[in-house]
Every structure is written in C-alpha cells, then in structure tokens.
Design a protein around this ligand. Structure first.
Ligand SMILES: C[S@@+](CC[C@H](N)C(=O)[O-])C[C@H]1O[C@@H](n2cnc3c(N)ncnc32)[C@H](O)[C@@H]1O
Length: 205
C-alpha cells in the first residue's frame, strides 16, 4: 500500500493570531486566571497554557471538550453553556483576562448584550477581553444569502449566526468598557478568506 507522506500543515492554515496579544494578557494573568469562552478544539487554550497562564476554558460540544483537554492538558476545560453563569477562578476573585475567539455570535442581540455584561462582571477592574467577531464582510462564511432573523443575524443550515459591523461592536461595548484596539482583519485559517474583527477591550473600573 502506498503511504502518503505526512506533510506539515500549509502555512495558510496556521493562524497564530493570539500570539500578538500574549504580551497584553501577561501582566493581567500574573496573579489571576484566564477564562476562554467557546474554546473549540483548544488551539488557543494550548497557546495560553504554553504562555504559562492558569486557564479555565468553556465549550458546549463534548467532542471538542475532549480534544481541547488532549491538546491543552494543563487547562481546566469545562463542558459548559456560555449562557449559564460563568465560573469563578478556583483561587477565588475574578479573571485577569477573558478570550473569546469567534464564540460570541450565536445569540440574539439582547442575549449577546447580557452575555457581555456577565463577561464584564467576571473580570477584575482594568482586566482585558480579547475577542474575535465575525464581520458583516465575511461573505464566504455566511454574511450574505441567508434568512435574516435580526439585523446581521442569520439562519445558516438551521443554526443562527451573527455578523458584526463596527457600529454593532461600538454599541455592544458602549457601557463599562474601554476599547484598546479594534481591527478588521482577514484570516486564511479556513482556506477561504474569512473577514473578522479583532477587538481588545479593558474593563473600566
Ligand atoms: C467557531 S468556533 C471557535 C472555536 C475557537 N474559539 C477558535 O477560535 O478556533 C465556536 C465554538 O463555540 C462553541 N459554542 C457555541 N455555542 C456555545 C455555547 N452556547 N456555549 C459554549 N460554547 C459554545 C462551539 O461549539 C465552537 O466550538
């Protein structure tokens, strides 16, 4: 039988986006845990634990939870719905940083607003939220051609998915947050270009 050579992943599929933010997260994670929302298979979780952070990661899909636990054994990966109360760090207190990569787009607007308020409440004053949000320009991944449930919130193969424009981001984080960085970027991780917003915010005091 002919064996296929095991090739490294093409550069296109590697998306080390979180590396850029480790130096922003580090001062907040020195004496406080980091919470990750919707960790999927744990790629970012592994980046966070490799940086030496104490990480709790939440994920609703049990198969993804298993993969994340394998990929990031030093993290505490919990099978948990983001719409349920967020956990506290084991050591007590609040989180120094929260990471949410492409995991805040599943919910109706009012639910999203409530989730962001819970995220804020889970953070220490001046702690950071690093998030990535689907862009309304994300044409290859559903931003056009689907049934709209709410403005920029569509039903894709039976599952709701939100896309954000800059005004929606400003509205979502208008109370209790200071926007430190907001960039519209394209990732090639998913082969077809995916447009998204990368946003870093600080909880105000
Ligand atoms: C698009 S994936 C992003 C995964 C990972 N953060 C990344 O950037 O590669 C979104 C993840 O959020 C999870 N998710 C969706 N709804 C959720 C919910 N209500 N509670 C917890 N996780 C949820 C999905 O199962 C999925 O793994």
């Amino acid at each position: 039988m002919r064996r296929l050579a095991r090739l490294p992943l093409p550069h296109m599929l590697h998306d080390p986006w979180l590396d850029r933010w480790l130096t922003v997260i580090a001062p907040h994670a020195r004496d406080a845990a980091v919470l990750e929302l919707g960790c999927g298979s744990g790629h970012d979780t592994a980046t966070l634990t490799a940086a030496g952070f104490d990480v709790i990661a939440l994920e609703i899909d049990p198969a993804s939870v298993s993969r994340a636990r394998m990929r990031a054994p030093k993290a505490q990966v919990l099978c948990r719905d983001l719409l349920h109360p967020l956990p506290s760090p084991i050591s007590g207190g609040k989180f120094g940083a929260i990471i949410a990569s492409l995991s805040l787009h599943y919910f109706p607007w009012e639910e999203t607003v409530r989730l962001v308020a819970r995220v804020r409440n889970a953070l220490r004053p001046s702690a950071v939220l690093v998030c990535r949000l689907n862009s309304t320009e994300d044409r290859h991944f559903g931003a056009v051609g689907h049934r709209e449930i709410e403005p920029n919130y569509y039903l894709l193969n039976g599952s709701p998915k939100r896309f954000f424009d800059e005004a929606a981001i400003d509205r979502l984080f208008s109370e209790g947050w200071r926007i430190q960085s907001k960039a519209h970027v394209i990732t090639h991780k998913y082969v077809l270009p995916k447009a998204l917003w990368e946003v870093v915010l600080e909880r105000d005091a």
